[in-house]
Write a protein that binds this ligand. Sequence first.
Ligand code: SAM
Ligand code: SF4
Ligand code: SF4
Length: 342
Amino acid sequence: MPPGPLLDTLARPLGNLRLSVTDRCNLRCGYCMPEDDYTWLPREDVLHFEEISALVDIFIALGVDRLRLTGGEPLVRRDLPALVRMLAAKPGLADLALTTNGVLLADQADALRAAGLRRITVSLDTLRADRFRALTRFDELAAVHAGIESAHRLFGRIKIDTVVIKGVNDDELVDLIEYGKGVDAEVRFIEYMDVGGATRWSTADVVSRSEMLDLLSRRYGAIEAVAHQSSATADRFRLADGTVFGIISSTTAPFCQSCDRSRLTADGLWYLCLYAAAGTDLRGPLRRGVDAEELAALIASRWKTRDDRGAERRLELGDRRSFVPINALRKDPHLEMHTRGG
Ligand code: SAM
Ligand code: SF4
Ligand code: SF4
């Protein structure tokens, strides 16, 4: 264990781990999985819960105290509550959260809550059934609503994340805020990102934070900024009636300078940035029996050399297109957002 926090080259601590439990998904959102077919991670490579738990222990020893389960769609991973139970029992974790598309949530919310999960974010981009179907290729809006209602009942206040795309759902910002009020959810609008997998991305599709604020202030009047937490991804705002919402402006105003997040894929590759070209294989050494101390040394040495600031570098580019071309994605599914966990 190093004395003091483990810092990268920009003095950013290792604090937050996004853990993808599967690369599979039961939706096909146009900004994430628009293609007809995908190369999946080999099943035998996917980490078992005991392996995930062992790696999480090492990350906790190195400073991680916030963990988010994601995917693909995490709720399609069989028996997820059993993993939640293992992770929730770890005293070093201050926060254990889940990001889900909500389709299977009504069925699993009870078990997740009983297993010790405390925080849920549901991704929801539209309140219109026809639009939901066009955006995700599945007719599951009613299931997502049921999931949100169950989560609200069992978890109290939840978050709803909405990717905003020009001409697709940017006319629903007010409706989503009003919906959030009804289900006690903090709505967060995410700028459309050119991440791996977003093969149809173009600058013209992005609705910027300032455009979103303009749209909302036309309806709600003055919008006040809420004080910012240093490692938070969302800028938070308050309407005159007290309603708080967030905007995640990863595309036009990235927050790489304070980013303490890394990502572990379902098959045990560890990425220092959403935009990193390559990750560190932790599954291989783990399965070869390398001990925890050596794995910790490997992780620490990588973090100390981290200089990633992918979204900032993307912003510095002039002419900008989708980050990874489709041929490269087909050769390496690890470049996909749905493999890295968003
Ligand atoms: N399937 C789960 C879900 O959708 O909530 C978890 C995984 S998903 C990859 C995690 C988050 O990434 C979702 O909130 C999704 O909206 C977001 N996301 C995916 N592609 C994106 C893109 N191109 N730009 C911005 N956010 C994106
Ligand atoms: Fe699936 Fe989530 Fe990607 Fe949509 S955003 S395709 S729900 S992984
Ligand atoms: Fe962190 Fe990379 Fe995202 Fe920047 S682009 S906020 S460094 S994960």
